[in-house]
Design a protein around this ligand. Structure first.
Ligand SMILES: [Zn+2]
Ligand SMILES: [Zn+2]
Length: 135
């Protein structure tokens, strides 16, 4: 675990990700951070996000054809994602109990250390019969 210098930028990025539960991409994080620290550059935001990902404070969500999105990891509280296939919105899913899988399901010698589930579906907004607005 790399110790990252506690900077104003870092604090602002963490705060943005803690409050914005929309799983923003770097550009959206940048826009939100600039509301607090107007002089912050996109490059600084990228570097700060990288450092936070390296030390495990932030996780990335990679989806084909989309910008990487970022998510604050609440300490000791894993959560999962429900992804709308229509608009790509990502929602948090808190699960108390996880499904148990037979050890035979894993490659020999594989040590499971965590699980990240992704549920695919259609969000309420996209399911609206009145015609979905991309959001
Ligand atoms: Zn949707
Ligand atoms: Zn999340």
């Amino acid at each position: 675990m790399t110790m990252v210098r506690q900077t104003k930028q870092r604090a602002a990025v963490v705060e943005v990700l803690q409050t914005a539960r929309s799983h923003p991409d770097a550009g959206e994080v940048h826009a939100l951070v600039r509301e607090r620290l107007p002089s912050v550059s996109l490059g600084t935001v990228y570097r700060t996000l990288d450092a936070l990902v390296r030390d495990g404070t932030v996780v990335t969500i990679e989806r084909a054809g989309q910008a990487t999105r970022y998510d604050y990891r609440h300490p000791g509280q894993e959560h999962h994602h429900a992804v709308c296939r229509c608009c790509g919105a990502i929602f948090d899913v808190e699960l108390e109990a996880l499904p148990t899988l037979p050890p035979a399901a894993f490659p020999a010698g594989f040590e499971v250390q965590g699980v990240q589930l992704e549920f695919l579906g259609v969000c309420a907004q996209c399911a609206e019969p009145s015609g979905a607005q991309p959001h």
